[in-house]
Design a binder for this molecule. Structure first.
Ligand code: TXA
Ligand code: MG
Length: 353
């Protein structure tokens, strides 16, 4: 159902108060407001109001057992929202907040199960974006906010992406322009002695380890199967997340072989009358001759790749391509997070050449 009037307000961190007041009023009434964070746009509602959580799930078409991240603007919220602020949590908050790190901790009584998907833990993050922080402060609330996309679509890096998915379903969108990071926050589970990364992001394992010692990575991060040799597309769509509409394949291996393979695939698909999209980089974009070739960014600055990725996946949807081929990225700091999102988009269809 898209029968609600969705207001769009262009804002920045130090603009007039009126837009923030209006947005805060909506949130206090239990309504939904999408807002920019440094990672991706979030769909915000009062985190302590189960009915607001229900509205979030409905607007996104998201299963209600998938918990929401609670966004805060001050450290004192940690004591209020969790039953045990561990030493690790204190240190990580000191070092990385505000910033793209989400911590999983045991929840306090105040946090409703409707927000945590029935779990006794809560995900908390202090975003590093002036609009997000000001909105949280103005509302006097904690904001439950998943990425502001329809469930299963790429996360929004522009307000236009939010409008595309959620117009008519939410009350307001605060348009703060293009986000900075472009992929979602790193999620670290601090409920056991050794922290576990549940979702890689631009705060890497090594960066976390500098603060808290050994950190492990949840095996599920690498997809449904361990084997890295050729994989058919995951049979269950349940593993497909940030999905474009086209069939997507990641080609990994030595750079030259990757380019050669993608060239051949694009050629044969085009001959069959299929529309092809190629996810290239500044370093390789000139080497492809067939299909719609787009550079996501430069390998010299992987931040640019993270920033551009979701927009390009959405652009390919608009261009109605049938097949997408993507180059792969190294398993280093940002590369690990980029590969994780690419793999999810491709339903783990990775081919080694
Ligand atoms: O960068 C981000 O984190 C963005 C911006 C808006 O802050 N938010 C975001 O939210 O990506 P969402 O809902 O799209 O992803 C949250 C992830 C989900 O995979 C969810 O399962 C996990 O966090 N999560 C939330 N609470 C959890 C909990 N208590 N235990 C384990 N995982 C949890
Ligand atoms: Mg999401």
């Amino acid at each position: 159902m898209r029968n609600m009037k969705t207001k769009v307000r262009i804002v920045n961190g130090d603009g007039p108060d009126t837009d923030y007041q209006e947005a805060a009023e909506i949130l206090k009434r239990g309504g939904l407001v999408a807002f920019p964070t440094e990672t991706v746009y979030g769909l915000g509602g009062n985190a302590l109001d189960e009915d607001a959580a229900k509205k979030i799930y409905a607007a996104k078409g998201r299963p209600s057992d998938n918990p929401l991240i609670v966004h805060i603007a001050g450290m004192e919220a940690l004591d209020e929202l969790t039953s045990n602020v561990t030493e690790h949590a204190k240190k990580l908050a000191e070092r990385f907040w505000p910033g793209p790190l989400t911590m999983i901790l045991p929840k306090s009584e105040k946090v409703p199960l409707g927000t945590t998907g029935g779990l006794q833990t809560v995900a908390i993050r202090m975003p590093n974006h002036p609009v997000a922080l000001r909105l949280i402060r103005q509302s006097g609330l904690y904001l439950a906010a998943p990425s502001a996309n329809t469930s299963g679509r790429p996360s929004p890096t522009l307000a236009e992406h939010v409008a595309e998915d959620l117009t008519g379903k939410i009350e307001m969108i605060l348009d703060g322009g293009m986000v900075d990071v472009g992929i979602e926050s790193t999620i670290v589970d601090l409920t056991e002695d050794i922290p576990v990364i549940l979702r890689p992001g631009c705060i890497s394992k090594a960066m976390l380890e500098e603060v808290v010692g050994t950190v492990t990575i949840d095996p599920a991060v690498n997809g449904p199967k361990k084997d890295t040799s050729f994989k058919p597309k995951a049979p269950g769509m349940k593993y497909k997340h940030y999905a474009p509409k086209a069939d997507m394949t990641i080609i990994s291996g030595e750079r030259e072989k990757v380019v050669e393979t993608i060239r051949l695939r694009a050629e044969s698909a085009t001959l069959k009358g299929r529309k092809v999209g190629i996810l290239a980089t500044d370093e390789t974009v000139g080497l492809y001759t067939e299909g719609t070739v787009v550079s996501i960014g430069t390998r010299k600055e992987e931040g640019s790749i993270a920033r551009g990725l979701y927009k390009i996946l959405r652009d390919f949807d608009h261009l109605k391509v049938d097949e997408i081929y993507a180059e792969s990225f190294e398993d280093d700091t940002m590369g690990a997070a980029i590969m994780n999102r690419l793999c999810k988009a491709a339903g783990y269809a990775v081919e080694h050449v």
